[in-house]
Ligand binder design. Structure first.
Ligand code: COA
Length: 381
């Protein structure tokens, strides 16, 4: 019998530097601190686009014409209401549940009643994507209002996805500045190449599992504090620090204890994350308007200390935290809001994976014992 030749393992812990697949959706230029969606610079999109337009761009590959955008926005609006089964599952969640776990469960369950369930054609998967993008804000708001003993609100006509998100969560028609800020934040979070949750979605999709399964896995991955959960941790840190004059000593003490400062560092960027510039500006502006400039002031000090002490730059989760806080958004909704945006990117990646699929199955660099023989339990020590 010929012996199989094992491949020589080359392992990169955390897959650092590994190029796992080709993609035409998004690219991070780590050295330059540049980010593009479908060839468009993130600064251009943040300055001029809308979340709906950006989601269309990610899903289709090109910016929509005026009519295409109108049709896409209408399709989102038409799909915002939740099916009864999904409503019931959210109503059954404990009021103390983590909202990311509620979203993950509701998204997974929404496949039961998806009109295209079982149809994995590209057209059906696209319709599922539109429904998922549309329904995530409604799912989140339903849970949030129930846990606060408030009457759930139906999506309001005439509001964008960002506007409806704020309206359904906070219960009042939001100010245009708040809608604009959230809309820009949603654009900035919509995709980020092969980040952990998107890679998870692609691994699941590559087994030919369906869209709902893939994005359920992505939601689970996003919840972790090393990924989308970092924004909540940033705000907890600011609340603990309390005042700008305590910020430097607090960070230095944390670093001396070898603790990680949330909202800093990145696997790919070696310079400033281009998304941070927009969030820094909005956190400053909204903080002043809300009469709470202290959070932004504290963050500027932390940023300086981190650059000086560790050579680290802040990432997307740093300034989004204080921006959401002064908008009155509860801490445990920051990561779900990230998910509302990233759903568009996840869906675009699942569509791309299915369009030219191959199972994703890497090898392990085995470092465990070899050649052991089984012995009966009574002879084991
Ligand atoms: N605070 C303090 N030190 C940090 C740090 C942070 N936020 N991020 C990285 N470092 C240090 C590590 O301690 C390590 O130092 P060492 O070599 O002396 O041990 C070095 O930088 C490399 O960090 P590592 O965790 O191996 O990098 P990574 O590429 O595996 O991880 C992150 C990237 C994003 C997970 C990491 O920077 C981190 O945990 N950041 C905080 C969480 C966060 O903000 N996540 C959101 C990402 S968008």
């Amino acid at each position: 019998m010929p012996t199989a030749v094992e491949p020589t393992p080359t392992s990169a812990k955390g897959l650092e530097g590994v190029v796992a697949n080709q993609s035409a959706i998004c690219y991070v230029f780590g050295e330059e601190g540049r980010l593009i969606y479908r060839g468009y610079d993130i600064h251009d999109l943040a300055d001029h686009s809308t979340f709906e337009e950006t989601a269309y761009l990610l899903l289709h590959g090109d910016l929509p014409t005026r009519d295409q955008l109108k049709a896409f926005s209408s399709a989102i609006k038409a799909a915002q209401k939740l099916p009864k089964v999904v409503q019931r599952i959210i109503k059954d969640a404990p009021l103390t549940a983590n909202p990311m776990n509620v979203l993950r469960t509701a998204v997974s369950a929404s496949v039961f009643v998806d009109p295209d369930k079982g149809d994995d054609s590209a057209a059906a998967e696209y319709r599922k994507a539109v429904r998922l993008i549309a329904q995530l804000p409604t799912m989140l708001a339903l849970f949030h209002r129930l846990r606060n003993a408030q009457k759930p609100l139906a999506p309001r006509r005439g509001l964008t996805l960002a506007g409806n998100c704020l309206y359904m969560l906070l219960g009042a028609v939001p100010a245009p500045e708040a809608v604009k800020a959230l809309d820009v934040a949603l654009i900035l979070h919509a995709d980020h190449e092969l980040n952990a949750s998107t890679f998870a979605a692609r691994v699941i999709a590559a087994t030919l599992a369906d869209m709902h399964g893939a994005v359920t896995g992505a939601l689970a991955a996003l919840a972790g504090p090393l990924h989308g959960g970092a924004n909540t941790e940033v705000m907890k840190m600011l609340l603990e620090i309390q005042t700008p004059d305590r910020a430097e000593a607090w960070v230095r003490a944390a670093l001396a204890q070898k603790r990680k400062i949330m909202g800093f560092g990145h696997r790919v960027y070696r310079t400033e994350d281009p998304r941070a510039a927009h969030l820094r500006r909005m956190s400053d502006e909204l903080g002043r308007t809300a009469g709470q400039p202290q959070w932004h002031a504290m963050q500027q000090i932390i940023e300086t200390v981190m650059r000086r002490e560790k050579g680290l730059y802040c990432n997307v989760d740093f300034y989004s935290a204080s921006m959401y806080y002064v908008m009155g958004i509860p801490l445990d909704l920051y990561t779900p809001i990230f998910a509302i945006s990233r759903m568009s990117g996840w869906c675009a990646h699942v569509l791309e994976q299915h369009a030219d699929n191959r199972l994703i199955r890497p090898r392990a660099d085995y470092v465990g014992p070899m050649n052991r023989s089984w012995i009966p339990p009574n002879r084991r020590v």
